[in-house]
Design a protein around this ligand. Structure first.
Ligand SMILES: Nc1ncnc2c1ncn2[C@@H]1O[C@H](COP(=O)(O)OP(=O)(O)O)[C@@H](O)[C@H]1O
Ligand SMILES: [Mg+2]
Length: 299
C-alpha cells in the first residue's frame, strides 16, 4: 500500500473530532472521502499531511511512519488562495523559494509546466486576470511543485496528493472540465490522489474507492469500491451502474434515492432547535446535498 492511516483519532479541546480512522490509497489510485460539512474531513487531512499530530494512530507512506511529519505528501488546502499581489508564476514558485531555491532558477524551473496546466501565456498575469478554473489549476500546480523537485517530471517516487474540495467553488461546467483535466494529468504524472468532496456524483465519477464519513466524532462508516476500473468510458456517468453506485452512497450517508425524490432515512432530526434554528444534523445534510446538482434532490 502506498499511503495509509491506521486508527487515527484527533481531538480539539479534548473532544474527539475524528475517531479511529483507517484508510488506504494504492499507487496511482483515486480515493474519495465523502461526508457532510463539519464531520472532520479537513481535520483528518491536516493529520494525514503532517500539519497536525493525532492523539492516536499513525500515517504511513510506502511503509514509513510519517505521522506528524509535513512535506512528505502534497496538500492543497480547501482555501488555497493565490496571493493577489504576485504574478501567477511567482505564486507557483512559492514552495520552491521557501525551500531555498533562487527566484530566477525557480521561475525557469516552473515555467515549462504551465502549458500542461492550461496556463501557457499567463505566467506574468495576476490571479484576478484568470478564470476560476485557471486559478484552481495554478493552485494545483503550486501544490505539486515540491514533488517535482530535482527532476522535470512528476515521476518522483511517491507523489501522493491530498485535495480538499478542490472543485467545489467552480460552476458546474468548469467543474466537469477540471475533473476531466485532472484525471488526465494524474494518470500522466502518476499521482495518487486522496480527495475530499461532498458531491456524490463527483465522488462516483472520479474514484476507485469512496469512504463515507459520518457522525460526531466523525468515523468512516462505509467503504465502497467503484467499478469498472478507471479510465472509464465517457458514458459511465449516464449508465445504470453509475446510478446504482450513487444510490449506494446516498444510502450509506442516510439519504435514500428514489428516482425523482430523495427521502431521508435513519435518525436525522428535522426538528428546529430550542432557539428556533435548524438542528446541526439538518444543516449538515442540507449542505451535503447542495453539491448534488441535476435537481434530483429534494428535501
Ligand atoms: N483548530 C480547531 N480548533 C477547534 N475546533 C476545530 C478546529 N478545526 C476544526 N474544528 C472543529 O472540528 C469539526 C470538524 O471540522 P472540519 O474538519 O473543518 O470539518 P469538514 O472539513 O468535514 O467540514 C468542526 O466542528 C470544527 O468546528
Ligand atoms: Mg473541510
Amino acid at each position: 500500500m502506498l499511503f495509509s492511516c491506521e486508527g487515527i483519532t484527533k481531538c480539539y479541546n479534548r473532544e474527539p473530532v475524528v475517531e479511529d480512522i483507517n484508510l488506504e490509497l494504492f499507487q496511482g489510485g483515486f480515493v474519495s472521502l465523502l461526508g457532510p460539512s463539519g464531520v472532520g474531513k479537513t481535520t483528518l487531512f491536516n493529520v494525514l499531511s503532517g500539519v497536525d499530530r493525532p492523539e492516536a494512530g499513525r500515517v504511513l507512506l510506502a511503509g514509513e511512519d510519517i505521522t506528524g511529519i509535513s512535506g512528505r505528501v502534497s496538500y492543497m488546502l480547501q482555501k488555497d488562495l493565490l496571493l493577489h499581489h504576485r504574478t501567477v508564476l511567482d505564486n507557483v514558485i512559492l514552495p520552491l523559494v521557501i525551500r531555498g531555491m533562487n527566484k530566477g532558477k525557480a521561475r525557469e524551473y516552473a515555467a515549462p509546466f504551465f502549458p500542461r496546466f492550461g496556463l501557457g501565456g499567463y505566467e506574468n498575469k495576476y490571479p484576478r486576470e484568470l478564470s476560476g478554473g485557471m486559478r484552481q489549476r495554478a493552485a494545483l500546480l503550486r501544490t505539486c511543485m515540491p514533488r517535482t523537485f530535482g527532476s522535470h517530471t512528476f515521476g518522483q517516487q511517491n507523489p501522493v496528493i491530498l485535495l480538499d474540495e478542490p472543485f467545489s467553488a467552480l460552476d458546474a461546467l468548469t467543474r466537469i472540465t477540471m475533473q476531466n483535466w485532472y484525471q488526465g494529468i494524474a494518470a500522466e504524472m502518476g499521482l495518487s490522489t486522496l480527495f475530499i468532496t461532498h458531491d456524490v456524483e463527483e465522488a462516483v465519477s472520479l474514484s476507485d474507492r469512496v469512504y463515507v464519513m459520518k457522525g460526531k466524532p466523525g468515523r468512516i462508516t462505509e467503504c465502497i469500491d467503484i467499478l469498472p476500473p478507471r479510465p472509464r468510458s465517457r458514458d459511465f456517468p449516464i449508465s445504470p451502474e453509475f446510478a446504482r453506485f450513487k444510490r449506494t452512497i446516498l444510502e450509506a450517508i442516510g439519504l435514500e434515492f428514489t428516482g425523482g425524490t430523495t427521502k431521508k432515512i435513519g435518525r436525522i432530526s428535522t426538528a428546529p432547535s430550542d432557539r428556533g434554528e435548524p438542528s446541526r444534523e439538518w444543516t449538515a445534510v442540507a449542505s451535503l446535498t447542495q453539491g448534488l446538482g441535476s435537481g434530483m434532490i429534494h428535501q
